[in-house]
Design a protein around this ligand. Sequence first.
Ligand code: HEC
Length: 154
Amino acid sequence: MNKKVLSIGLAVVLGAGYSLTVLSQARPEVAVKQRQAVMDLHGKYMYGDLLPMGQEKRPYDANIVARDVGFLDALSKMPWDNFTPATKDVKSNSRPAVFSDTAKFKEAQDLYQGEVAKLVALTKSGGAEAAVKPQILAVNRACNNCHETFREKL
Ligand code: HEC
């Protein structure tokens, strides 16, 4: 193989790597839309099903709980890498503290993901209604804990 072919090959490989990196980093406006979409879906399953069941405002349905907790397990991992410094000046419901107090924001994420993990473990092991309901409320407290500091009043 001569040098020219080699360097073209190298350029193609580097080029592919470069565009992959670019593709996984959405434009700031898109990144904001995506994280809001993920949060909206958190709302759908938490406020639509889980919380009313946890608060005994709606009959408990173990099948719906298992499905929704599975969704929440995935959703709870999705939005965080969309809160990049590049999105700081895009209009959104995030408070400036998201970008200035990143350690505390991360702490609120970890607390929340810890509570979701407990809920996942409970439902996977066929946890009793009496154990699942208080854990739904604990997850909801972790949502509120973050919103109090990091989200504008909606
Ligand atoms: C670690 C912080 C954090 C946690 C935990 C969290 N949220 Fe949020 N949430 C935010 C922030 C910040 C926004 C504002 C997003 C934006 O507009 O940039 C938001 C926005 C929302 C919105 C409005 C969507 C919008 O367009 O802004 C809903 C609904 C919501 N969250 C529900 C939930 C629910 C339900 C949970 C828990 C199951 C939860 N969130 C957990 C930080 C959090």
